[in-house]
Write a protein that binds this ligand. Structure first.
Ligand code: AMP
Length: 249
């Protein structure tokens, strides 16, 4: 089984994001960038399927600026076999990414595409679903367990108030949720080995796909700063404040 794992370069999850002064988006200049955490989980799941003998080829792909090559190298150091960078000026919106991925799927012919359930920069949670729609493939989103069966996959997915188990035929799309696994760290020898693994670059413009943005960011603002709270000494004090200050009782 061949697995394709799309990974996105996003602001590192430990960084406190700041809105750009002109309100046009999140500040990324001089900010630490890393692999989207759900995509690390997707890479890890592909590696585990290979270790169980269910997969033999893992290709990672990122659509974005040239620096996304560093993110791809991280996935190669974790254990992926090959990487493809689809270079664009910025990261296109989900529909354009899904169309680019569809073209790559047609070229690479994977049996399974594992994506993150969402990118933590803009929380779209759309690319996997759109790719499944464009390809007309079965999909299992928010996966918390993936098992290879003789004729496909069994996927347990997290839904409101519980979990649901689906049976899918291949080729299929899976999106990874937080509890699917705990991704490994790349060891130093593997980081060195990853430098020699193949990484192909394609220009997004050469794929002949309409990358026109359909969404316009009107404004972005920091959440209003909250007033500091106070600690009260007793229940009687709380009741007094609720009655005389907040006037809610
Ligand atoms: P989103 O729909 O933007 O929340 O992203 C969901 C998933 O789609 C991510 O976790 C990635 O697996 C994939 N994805 C989104 N944008 C990109 C990108 N620019 N390059 C590669 N994969 C992406």
């Amino acid at each position: 089984m061949k697995i394709l794992v799309p990974i996105k370069r996003v602001v590192d999850y430990n960084v406190k994001v700041r809105v750009r002064r002109d309100g046009t988006g999140v500040e990324t200049a001089g900010v630490k960038m890393s692999m989207n955490p759900f995509d690390e989980i997707a890479v890890e799941e592909a590696l585990r399927l290979r270790e169980k003998g269910a997969a033999d080829d893992i290709v990672v792909v990122s659509v974005g600026v040239p620096q996304a090559a560093d993110t791809l190298r991280t996935a190669l150091a974790m254990g992926a076999d090959r990487a493809i960078l689809v270079q664009s000026e910025e990261s296109p919106e989900p529909l354009a990414v899904a169309k680019i991925l569809k073209t790559l799927v047609e070229r690479e012919k994977p049996d399974l595409v594992i994506l993150g359930k969402q990118a933590i920069d803009d929380d779209m949670n759309a690319t996997g679903q759109m790719l499944a729609g464009l390809l007309d493939w079965p999909q299992a989103t928010f996966a918390s367990r993936v098992e290879k069966t003789d004729d496909g996959l069994t996927v347990t997915r997290e839904v409101d108030g519980g979990s649901e188990t689906l049976s899918l035929t291949l080729p299929a799309i899976v999106t990874a949720d937080l509890r699917l696994n705990e991704p490994r760290y790349a060891s130093l020898p593997n980081i060195m080995k990853a430098k020699k693994k193949p990484l192909d670059t394609i220009a997004a413009a050469d794929l002949g796909i309409d990358l026109t943005r359909r969404l316009t960011m009107l404004s972005m603002a920091e959440p209003p700063t909250r007033k500091a709270g106070v600690k009260l000494g007793s229940v009687a004090e709380l009741v007094e404040k609720l009655r005389n200050e907040a006037k809610v009782i």
